[in-house]
Every structure is written in structure tokens, then in C-alpha cells.
Design a binder for this molecule. Structure first.
Ligand code: BGC
Length: 758
């Protein structure tokens, strides 16, 4: 099979290149340098020899101890041979709090507060590879300092439906953007001698029936949409570990899958790191033992009864399963331990947590994640100096989100809410009044149950929307809070009204998909009324996944804020008051209603025992764009307080690669960051393909009046599709359109390039 980035063709056009400085990701070149170090191969050979020797000395019982959980987050080591246990922790937004070894009970000490980073959806909205690397470094260093070997992050599943409860933990609907950010994130984590653990491999795109649902997807969609980010993560990021998924594919559980683990991951991609199961995702001893899985973890504390514990030992002793399968698993685990410098050498870094630098990274990432969606009358940025009296309305203005969401929960050292961010920025000369506006505490979080993680796997392991309560008393309370807020908003002594609503982790939550895309707690009515009373209200929606906005035409100033980490409130206030020029771009399309989403109107979501991905490759903007379907806000969209003009787009061949150049001029009067997006499409293609696909991007900081040339190298995969008959990636010859733009809808210029086969 032809791999995605081996171009089996020659590029024949090119007008000759001018010499130009090409901005490249620092991170990638750093890593390239690292892997080319002289002596690297020799080190690897030595390591492999040591591994072989250790395996030959291990008893069956010792091997069994190494390949299954002996605690909720650790395995057993082998002291007599100097092999330590493997320790793990969630998760994407920081290092999770410490649990007792065998119970889901928080230890409760004061030493497991940590830096709370923006969620992956927020990080993806920065479109900034360097920030992804820095965030990864924080995660890796904190995990290391907390004594962990593996941080169970990043989650890189494709956002197939806007309703997936774990959307906030994932990055994008687009495999290219996901892969481009996952690689530096992984590299950042691993600079700290902590293993990244890319999850959940693969096709884990919903929570409903997550333990059993069988995903039916075409080979082409698998290869073009659901696998590329994992492939790039594995090949370029080189994660020391990877986590399988709960769901099923081709009648195998992903954590026992010969096709996914043995075939694609190990054989095709050459992955030699450690593969851990998701917690409770292993169901059959023989299947798991003979698959590419190395460690079985689960949510119960009957550790000896895990499939890969005593049942496996007995099966080996009875001759039903060959011990050689265990040897392979142990080798992969040892390889990870060597790479972590945990096998007795002195070089392992100690890590660090809760440092000022880490908090700074959290702030920088939060700043670049805020997306300005509307600024129709130029009300934003607000002027701090002229502000004397502000009304902040909305539960999310005052809510802390860090300790929620499921396994991604964090015991944050602190969290600046939007209200605190605004108060901090304005100081004592402005009066700030807060009104709740709606009531969001009507139900206990499912996570309030001590054992929620174990309970969450009962009855198929996930469901759709159990968390809405609309009884009369609640509606009455909502109405009262709304009236109070509206009364205040009508008071003209307020210089401005800022509404901060959205969702919280009762909606953006592991184990539960949302029933629809509506804002909870009667917020649509509140916002509508607020905009009648006070049309210049600045509307801020804080959420991990898109929501319907029936009032959108009336809101002139609209800002999107994610779960943006411990400094999220600081960053939001800085954007609102113009200390920071917003530069976030949507990493996913916001449809008008969820039924517009291809997973719902073409395919199935959430399906039953089986879910059919009938929409195939038409996921996210690939669908809306090709089928010309109107959306609320397109993929890649986001405004700035300045303007950028595009010009002089060129696409040229150099050394068998296509280079794209485009001039970007800041035509406004303040410095800003522009994310230049390059899409490739093929008009009149002989095969069915999306009208265009993201194939490159770069984020440039540009001063007023300045012009910068964005130089972007396209990968061979930019032109490829997966041919199901040939079972390989193929490059169609002919002319391709190269588009440069500000979003999937806002294309500023276009050119062509031709490819010909040998
Ligand atoms: C989640 C994983 C997580 C694991 C350990 C599972 O429920 O799906 O993402 O890493 O638990 O907490």
C-alpha cells in the first residue's frame, strides 16, 4: 500500500522559485534534529538487546503483573530485575487528582492541585503549533513532577457530531488540523520524560453505548477522515504510548482489534510503543492477548480477575495462548520505560508543577483561543478607561469548570472566572454588578457520585442526554432570575452589559451525548429578551461544543469562549477590553441546528447497537462546503480587531514538493495575528471528493501596514484520496485549485497547480 505521504508522482509545473525565508515549526525541526543525533541507532540497538535479555529472565507471573492494572492507574513492576511499575494519570487539561490505589476515592491531599490548561477544543482554536508544543510541555512536566510515567492525553478523535459529549476534549472535525496540533503537543509532553498517550484509537466519536457500539464506516472514510491524525501523531509525534477505544469496529472491540492494532498500527505504521486499553475496554482474554494491546486497565479493583491477569496466566499454562504474545507486550512496555529513562539510568528529568511559566503558557493559550464571532457595529473592544459601571449577567460568568467533564476533571490550583477576569482588569474604579440570569445548579453532577467512573460503564457505558430537568419549580426559578437580570439591564446607568452564558460540564461530559444543540437553562429566552432591553449587550458563550443561536442576528457583539483553563477569565477580559487582539479560529463548523450535521442528516447518530457513518468522507465542512449548506459559522472562522488583505498567491513546485506563497497585509491600525488557511480542491475530478480540504495553515503576527509572505509547504497527502479498489492512496493527475483564505467560506484568492504521473 502507498503510504499517505509518499507521492507516487512527479510534480511537473513550477515557475521557478524566488529565494524566500520559509517559516517552519520550531518544534518539528527540533524533533528532527533529535532523531538524527549520531549514535541514536546504536542506543536503540543497545536498548533492544537489554530488552531481549530482560524478557528472557522474566517469569510468566512477572510478565502477567506488567500487562494489567494492579491499581486504578498503575501496573506491577518487577523489583528483582529493576523494572518499575508504570504509573498513569488523566488527562488532557492537566494532571488529574490523586486517587487511592484501589478505590475511586480522592486522596484529598493538598499536593495535587495543578496547572489547568485550556481544553483541546480551545487549544485547537489557537491554530498555533508552538502553543500546542508549550501546552504539551506543561502537561509533561507536571505529570513528571507528580510522579507519573504516562499522561493520558491528547484525545484526538474526530468531531463527527456536534453532540458528542466529549467534544470539548477533542480538537477538530478536520484530520489535518488535528494531526498538525497533536504532533507538537506530543513532542512537548515527551520533552519532560513523560509518555504522551494518544487516545482513543479509533472511531470513538460518541458516548452513547460507547462500550458496545459497532461502527460501520467505509474504508475510504476511515483512511481519509478517522485515521490520518492518528497516523501523523504516531509517525511524526512518536508517542511512547497510545490508548485503544471502547467501541467496536469490524466486530472486534478496538482494544482487542487485530485489524486496528496488529494490522494498521503495528504493521502498517510500524508502531513499537506501548498500547494501553481504555479503562474497562477489554472483554476477552484470548482476543486481547493475541492483539497488539500491551496493558489492560479497568475501573474495578478486582485486578487479578482482569482478562489479562489470572485468566491469561491459566490460558498460557494450559497451552491455549502462546507465551510469545506476552513477550511482545512486555517488550513494548520496556521500550517505553527505557525511552522514559526509567530503567535505572540517571538522566530522567524531575519535572515541575505549578510554576509561573506554566501559568503563563495557560494564559497565552487561553488568549489565542478566544474567537470573536461578531462585531457588527465595532462595539468591541470595550474601553476600560471610560468604564464606570458594568453589569455581568449569566451563570458562566461566575462558574468554575475545572473540576468537571469526566476523566478530564482537574483539581486546578486556581481558576479565574470571567467575572474575576473583568474585575481584575477594571480594578476598583469601576462598579461591577453580577446577576445569575439563569439557574444552572438544578441537578447534581453525575460525577458527584464517588464511583462515577466505574458506574459510567454500566448499561453500555454511555447514553444521550439524561441531564435535563424542566419541572415547574425550576421553570419558575429560571423566570425569576431572568426578570431580575432584565430589570437590572434596563438600568441605563450601566455603561455596558456583558452576558456570559453557554454550557457547563453537565452538558460537555464524558459518558453522555447531548440530545440536541440547544442552550440549556432557558438561556435562549433570556438572551432574546436581553437584546430587546439592551441591544448593545455583549454576548459571550462559554462552551466546549457548538450551540444553536436563534437570536444571532440581534447580537451585534458575540464572543466564543471555551473551557479555557485557569487563566480563561483573564484572557476573556483582555480580549473584551482590547488588551489582546483576538486571533482564535473555529476548529469546527457551527451548524445552525444539529440536524444539519452530516452525521445526523446523512449518517446515523448515535445509532443503536451499530452506528452507520453513511456520510463517509463528508464530515464537517467537507459536507457543508461541498453541498453548499448554510451554516451558522464556518470552519476556520474568527474575526480580529484589525483587517487583513490577501494577495499574490503562488503555488510552485520545488524538490518534488508544492510550496504555496501568499502575501498578507495588515490593513488596520493595530497589530494582529492572522491564520492563513490553505485549502486544496479539484474541479471536475473523476472521483467523488470534497470541493476543498484544508492542507496547510500558518499563524502570522503582523504589524499595522506591514505585509508578510506566508510560505506553506503542502504534503503529498494534500492531493491524495483513498482508492478502495486498489486499497491504497492515489494521486489523481491534472489541475488542482489552491485556495488561500480566512475560513472554509471566506476564500480570498485562488490559483492552480498541475500534477502529472510518471
Ligand atoms: C476514558 C479515558 C480515560 C480513562 C482513565 C476512561 O473512561 O475514556 O479517556 O483516560 O477513563 O480515567
Amino acid at each position: 500500500m502507498c503510504a499517505r505521504n509518499e507521492l507516487p508522482c512527479r510534480l511537473i509545473y513550477g515557475n521557478g522559485l524566488t529565494d524566500m525565508y520559509i517559516e517552519k515549526s520550531v518544534v518539528v525541526s527540533e524533533m528532527k534534529g533529535k532523531s538524527n543525533l549520531p549514535g541514536r541507532k546504536m542506543m536503540d540497538r543497545n536498548m533492544e538487546e537489554k530488552i531481549e535479555k530482560l524478557v528472557s529472565e522474566l517469569t510468566l507471573e512477572e510478565k502477567i503483573g506488567m500487562i494489567h492494572g494492579d491499581g486504578l492507574f498503575r501496573t506491577k513492576g518487577v523489583e528483582r530485575l529493576g523494572i518499575p511499575a508504570v504509573t498513569m494519570s488523566d488527562g488532557p487539561m492537566g494532571v488529574r487528582n490523586e486517587f487511592e490505589n484501589a478505590r475511586w476515592v480522592a486522596v484529598g491531599n493538598s499536593d495535587d492541585y495543578v496547572t489547568y490548561l485550556p481544553s483541546n477544543s480551545a487549544l485547537a482554536a489557537t491554530w498555533n503549533r508552538q502553543l500546542a508544543y508549550e501546552a504539551g510541555k506543561v502537561l509533561g512536566e507536571e505529570a513528571r513532577a507528580r510522579g507519573k510515567d504516562v499522561i493520558l492525553a491528547p484525545g484526538i478523535n474526530i468531531k463527527r457530531s456536534t453532540l458528542c459529549g466529549r467534544s470539548f476534549e477533542y480538537m477538530s472535525e478536520d484530520p489535518y488540523l488535528t494531526g498538525e496540533l497533536a504532533v507538537p503537543l506530543i513532542q512537548g509532553i515527551q520533552t519532560a520524560d513523560t509518555a504522551a498517550c494518544v487516545k482513543h484509537f479509533a472511531l470513538n466519536n460518541q458516548e452513547t453505548e460507547r462500550l458496545w457500539v459497532e461502527v460501520e464506516v467505509s474504508e475510504r472514510a476511515l483512511r481519509e477522515i478517522y485515521l490520518p491524525a492518528f497516523e501523523k501523531a504516531v509517525k511524526a509525534g512518536k508517542p511512547y504510548s497510545l490508548m485503544g477505544a471502547y467501541n467496536r469496529y469490524k466486530n472486534e472491540h478496538c482494544c482487542e482489534s487485530k485489524r486496528l492494532l496488529n494490522g494498521i498500527l503495528r504493521k502498517e505504521w510500524g508502531y513499537d510503543g506501548m498500547v494501553v486499553s481504555d479503562w474497562g475496554a477489554v472483554h476477552n482474554t484470548k482476543e486481547a492477548a493475541e492483539s497488539g494491546l500491551d496493558i489492560e486497565m479497568s475501573v474495578e479493583n478486582n485486578f487479578d480477575e482482569y482478562c489479562m491477569a489470572m485468566p491469561l496466566k491459566e490460558a498460557v499454562e494450559n497451552g491455549e495462548i502462546e507465551e510469545a504474545f506476552l513477550d511482545e507486550k512486555v517488550k513494548n512496555i520496556l521500550r517505553m520505560l527505557f525511552r522514559l529513562h526509567k530503567m535505572g539510568d540517571e538522566k530522567r528529568k524531575p519535572g515541575a508543577y505549578n510554576t509561573p511559566e506554566h501559568r503563563m503558557t495557560a494564559l497565552e493559550a487561553a488568549r489565542e483561543s478566544v474567537v470573536l464571532l461578531k462585531n457588527d457595529v465595532g462595539k468591541l473592544p470595550l474601553c476600560a478607561e471610560k468604564t464606570k459601571k458594568v453589569l455581568v449577567i449569566g451563570d458562566n460568568g461566575n462558574r468554575l469548570h475545572s473540576n468537571g467533564g469526566g476523566s478530564a476533571e482537574i483539581k486546578a490550583l486556581y481558576e479565574i472566572s470571567p467575572l474575576m477576569g473583568i474585575r481584575k482588569l477594571l480594578g476598583g474604579n469601576a462598579e461591577i454588578v453580577f446577576a445569575e440570569g439563569y439557574f444552572a445548579d438544578d441537578m447534581k453532577s453525575v460525577e458527584d457520585s464517588v464511583n462515577w467512573q466505574a458506574d459510567s460503564l454500566e448499561n453500555g457505558g454511555g447514553s444521550t442526554g439524561i441531564l435535563r430537568n424542566e419541572d415547574a419549580a425550576l421553570l419558575e426559578k429560571q423566570a425569576r432570575l431572568r426578570e431580575e437580570a432584565l430589570k437590572l439591564a434596563a438600568d441605563e446607568s450601566f455603561d455596558m452589559v456583558i452576558f456570559v452564558g453557554g454550557q457547563n460540564h453537565l452538558q460537555d461530559l464524558e459518558g453522555h451525548d447531548r440530545p440536541d444543540m440547544k442552550l440549556p437553562y432557558g438561556q435562549d429566552v433570556l438572551i432574546e429578551d436581553l437584546l430587546s432591553v439592551r441591544p448593545d449587550t455583549v454576548v459571550v458563550i462559554a462552551s466546549g461544543s457548538p450551540v444553536e443561536m436563534p437570536w444571532v442576528d440581534k447580537a451585534a457583539s458575540l464572543v466564543w469562549h471555551w473551557y479555557a483553563g485557569m487563566e480563561g477569565g483573564t484572557a476573556l477580559a483582555e480580549v473584551l477590553f482590547g488588551k489582546i487582539n483576538p486571533s482564535g479560529r473555529l476548529p469546527e463548523t457551527f451548524p445552525i441546528v444539529y440536524t444539519d450535521c452530516p452525521a445526523h442528516c446523512v449518517g446515523e447518530f448515535p445509532g443503536g447497537e451499530k452506528v452507520k457513518y453513511t456520510e463517509g468522507i463528508y464530515v464537517g465542512y467537507r459536507y457543508y462546503d461541498t453541498k453548499r449548506k448554510k451554516v451558522l459559522f464556518p470552519f476556520g472562522y474568527g474575526l480580529s480587531y484589525t483587517d487583513f488583505a490577501y494577495g499574490n498567491l503562488k503555488a510552485e513546485a520545488r524538490d518534488g514538493k508544492i510550496m504555496v506563497f501568499v502575501d498578507i497585509t495588515n490593513t488596520g491600525d493595530r497589530e494582529g495575528k492572522e491564520t492563513v488557511q490553505i485549502y486544496v480542491g479539484k474541479k471536475n475530478s473523476a472521483i467523488d471528493r470534497p470541493s476543498k480540504e484544508l492542507c496547510g495553515f500558518i499563524k502570522l503576527s503582523i504589524a499595522p501596514g506591514e505585509t508578510k509572505t506566508a510560505a506553506i509547504e503542502l504534503e503529498p497527502s494534500a492531493f491524495m484520496y483513498f482508492d478502495e479498489k486498489e486499497n491504497t492512496y492515489v494521486t489523481e493527475k491534472g489541475t488542482y485549485q489552491i485556495y488561500a483564505g480566512k475560513s472554509a467560506e471566506d476564500i480570498c484568492c485562488e490559483t492552480e497547480v498541475s500534477l502529472g504521473l510518471f
